[in-house]
Design a binder for this molecule. Structure first.
Ligand code: CP
Length: 305
């Protein structure tokens, strides 16, 4: 493993498979009544969150604690960031407290990359702006592999607000590395200009793509990042790009439904689809702890390549 995990593109196929296979072994620990391993005893993991998070923040904390690391949780709210302290000074302050790894979520794309030039420990990107969220892509791949088997040749459809989605970009990069065929489905206004350089296909017709999909990943419409009208109305968006019961019926019987969360139930996904046995949404959260254990283990305690 390299020292940092900032982009899904940092991972070779062998490295990605090593993380997934390590997570599979660690999943057995999560099934025990005592879920703790001594692997990272004496190591310190700092969770540096400048943007809100439920799943990622809690699962990194649980992952580090299950590996017996010391954990320092930093939230920008209530910190000296409100007094104007910079990212660099915040990071150096935390490093002075002995961080071996810094897990960072930030609203600015590229913040983890900058951080990696200032600190000596490993940097893990927990979501930067609209850029990347590599551990989300890893837990998604892990969840797919557990349900579908090897991902080579599997047809994965990612639907919705690709423009504002770091999850979509990291998934396209990682799934391509793992041999899957990805199709993005979105209104033209919610696709980035550079999408033709991504290793995936693009469609505007969800109904045409669904019958050929092994997994359908719905993306949250990120209203908080929208400063313009990207679609006529929520009702119109839902009618054309939402996964409701009728569309769900067009998917193959063994195809799965995914969502990284948090969801806008009733907008991009109907509640009955999100809660169906073919939905992996709750599994994805549990798998997030396991994947983050694997990433921390390989960065801080595992073999180095
Ligand atoms: N999927 C995800 O990143 O969720 P959180 O924003 O709750 O961490």
């Amino acid at each position: 493993m390299k020292r940092h995990l900032i982009s899904a593109a940092d991972l070779s196929r062998d490295e990605a498979l090593l993380i997934l296979d390590t997570a599979e072994e660690l999943a057995r620990v999560s099934e025990r009544s005592i879920k703790k391993l001594p692997t990272l005893r004496g190591r310190t993991v700092v969770n540096l969150f400048f943007e809100d998070s439920t799943r990622t923040r809690i699962s990194f904390e649980a992952a580090a604690k299950r590996l017996s690391a010391d954990v320092i949780n930093f939230s920008a709210k209530g910190s000296s960031v409100s007094k104007g302290e910079s990212l660099k000074d915040t990071a150096l302050t935390l490093e002075a407290m002995g961080a071996d790894a810094v897990v960072i979520r930030h609203s600015a794309s590229g913040a983890p990359h900058r951080l990696a030039t200032w600190v000596h420990g490993s940097v893990v990107n927990a979501g930067d702006g609209t850029h990347e969220h590599p551990t989300q892509a890893l837990l998604d791949a892990f969840s797919m592999r557990r349900r579908l088997g090897a991902l080579d040749g599997r047809k994965i459809t990612i639907v919705g607000d690709v423009l504002h989605s770091r999850v979509a970009r990291s998934n396209v990069l990682l799934l391509h590395t793992l041999g899957a065929e990805v199709t993005l489905v979105a209104p033209p206004t919610l696709l980035p200009v550079s999408v033709d350089t991504w290793p995936c296909a693009v469609s505007y017709d969800l109904d045409a793509v669904l019958p050929k999909s092994d997994a359908v990943m719905m993306l949250r419409v990120q209203k908080e990042r929208m400063n313009a009208a990207y679609f006529p109305s929520e009702r119109e968006y839902s009618r054309r790009y939402g996964l409701d019961r009728d569309r769900f019926a067009k998917m193959p019987d063994d195809a799965i439904v995914m969502h990284p969360g948090p969801m806008n139930r009733g907008m991009e996904i109907a509640a009955e689809v999100a809660d169906s046995p073919r939905s992996t949404i709750v599994e994805q959260v549990a798998n997030g702890v396991t994947i983050r254990m694997a990433v921390l283990y390989l960065l801080l305690g595992g073999d180095t390549a």
